[in-house]
Ligand binder design. Structure first.
Ligand code: SAM
Ligand code: ZN
Length: 511
């Protein structure tokens, strides 16, 4: 059977969202079905960002119009404003596009899109992009296939008015080689979407020195490797952007299965770039009890004349040996020490998903992750239940008891979307250990089983410095736990994991 001049008997089809993609039976081109969640999240993020972006454009023009004194002239301008704003209005570069599936979905599912440029370096990929655009009835005006090196494509926009409003990087492995081009190729207030699948490197589970080489920061694999990975990538985005007087604003930063995906806006402002040092931090993690602390690199003070004064921060924030257990610290970073998400954006995006569930095959998981992210405390890094109780060799403390005790002590607490049974809190480490000491008083451990030099012995040799109150606190059960939500993926599917590079040896089963 043939459709136009495409002989579809040569292809398998995959439908995702509004796109149906042809994959040669002799599969040459990369497709990873597990990344449907990534593509769904990207569409929701771009749609949410585009509403803000277009509204900002409208506000700017309206402000200009208000200043026009001549009424007739003003009315003329108002009429053309509507024309201008309602027209197809922004552009996307998918720099590493493979089959074109993502771009076809962008073209079909994102309103107000003027054009998506769909680029890949491989000839077969570009053939596939062309075929899929045609099969989906999309013109080259809307989806422009392009064969080129992603860096050259992005660098060619520098100094021109042809920057892209959205730049999407979805590479095999690390996005690091593409970051310098991407932070320059995105327009003012534009959106940069970045995937990294080299989590073994970014989480430090092997070769931390390789992570430093690629990302300019040391990973910490102990307790919070996935948040640390997000912070290392954001650090690299800011450091790269800063060279060009640009700064990033993270909208939503997601740790997902075997990869991470961040959505950041990019703006230009030399004075905002000055704040970057205060947004970067060295992270300390105790090698014994895994207590952590963040050391900002810069400090901002307000001068009497209202101007900011930037100085190196003071520190260190930890002693030579951990105050809780006496061990030394591992040092990670520099990494992004500021907010991972813009909460108002997350709320808007979650609303959008709730109102458009039909459009997203993975909407259950999207709602779950965005709800947990919305509840996430803006405090760097996290503890885990297993580390806390494992360190003391005690029985597991129920999450609700731990959260209640933290809240009753006057501190904030939440889980992290990076994993179940994670604890983000602004309580200092000695308060967290006080709570665990009180828990052990109620649930004693057998000291004979604990090694002489173990952190547990040092921690448990001290009395709690506060009265610990485990009374059930009303905020200890967040909304995400009280409604049925897919908060964390529990059962990986058979296709779970990053895909190998496309090639002739890939089997049809991969599709
Ligand atoms: C992980 S795949 C992209 C998947 C796609 N974004 C999706 O959602 O289905 C990575 C693609 O990047 C392409 N690629 C690798 N290096 C490149 C470069 N320097 N310039 C352009 N494309 C490149 C590869 O040919 C491959 O097709
Ligand atoms: Zn310690």
């Amino acid at each position: 059977m043939a459709t136009g001049d495409i002989d579809i008997s040569l292809y398998n089809t995959v439908t995702e969202g509004k796109a149906t993609i042809l994959f040669p039976k002799q599969n040459e081109v990369f497709y990873n079905p597990v990344q449907e969640f990534n593509r769904d999240m990207s569409i929701a993020a771009i749609r949410t960002w585009s509403e803000i972006f277009l509204q900002e454009k409208r506000d700017r023009i309206e402000k200009k119009i208000q200043k026009v004194k001549d009424e007739e002239e003003r009315k003329k301008m108002e009429a053309s404003l509507n024309e201008h704003i309602n027209a197809k209005n922004f552009t996307i570069l998918e720099a590493l596009a493979a089959s074109g599936l993502r771009s076809v979905r962008y073209a079909k599912e994102i309103p107000n899109l003027r054009q998506v440029v769909t680029n890949d370096i491989e000839a077969e990929a570009v053939e596939s992009i062309k075929r899929n655009a045609k099969y989906n009835g999309i013109s080259e005006d809307l989806l422009l296939p392009n064969r080129g090196d992603a860096m050259q494509v992005m660098y060619s926009t520098v100094g021109t008015s042809k920057r892209y409003d959205v730049v999407d990087l979805d590479p095999y492995g690390s996005a690091a080689p593409f970051i310098d081009g991407a932070v320059q190729a995105v327009s003012e207030g534009g959106l940069l979407c970045v995937t990294c699948t080299d989590l073994a490197i970014l989480t430090g589970s092997m070769h931390p020195e390789t992570c430093f080489g690629k990302y300019g920061g040391m990973p910490l694999k102990g307790t919070f490797p996935h948040e640390m990975a997000l912070r290392l990538v954001l650090q690299q985005l800011q450091t790269s952007a800063g060279r060009y007087k640009r700064y990033i604003v993270p909208l939503v930063s997601c740790s997902i299965d075997f990869y991470l995906r961040v959505f950041v806006r990019v703006f230009t402002s030399a004075s905002e770039v000055k704040k970057a040092a205060s947004k970067m931090a060295i992270m300390y993690e105790c090698s014994g009890c895994h207590a952590f602390a963040t050391q900002p690199l810069g400090k901002i003070a307000m001068k009497e004349n209202g101007h900011e004064r930037h100085t190196p921060a003071t520190g260190p924030v930890v002693n030579e040996h951990c105050v809780n257990c006496g061990n030394t610290h591992h040092i990670g970073g520099p990494a992004w020490g500021s907010a991972l998400h813009e909460k108002s954006f997350v709320a808007k995006m979650l609303n959008h998903v709730k109102e458009n569930e039909k459009n997203y095959g993975t909407h259950q998981r999207m709602k779950g992750m965005l709800t947990v992210i919305g509840e996430e405390l803006d405090a760097p890094l996290y503890w885990t239940m297993s580390r806390l109780c494992g360190t003391l060799h005690c029985t597991s403390i129920p999450q609700v008891d731990l959260f209640s005790a933290i809240l009753n002590a006057g501190y904030k607490v939440s889980a992290s979307h990076c994993g179940p049974l994670t604890i983000k809190t602004d309580a200092p480490s000695h308060i967290v250990w006080d709570i665990l000491r009180a828990w052990v008083k109620k649930n004693p451990v057998t000291m004979a089983n604990i090694a002489q030099n173990s952190p547990a012995r040092v921690i448990l040799s001290k009395e709690p410095s506060i009265e610990v109150d485990f009374t059930r606190h009303p905020e200890a059960f967040p909304e995400s736990r009280s409604i049925q939500l897919v908060r964390y993926q529990v059962n990986p599917t058979p296709n779970w994991g990053p895909k190998a590079r496309a090639g002739t040896k890939r089997k049809a089963a991969d599709k």
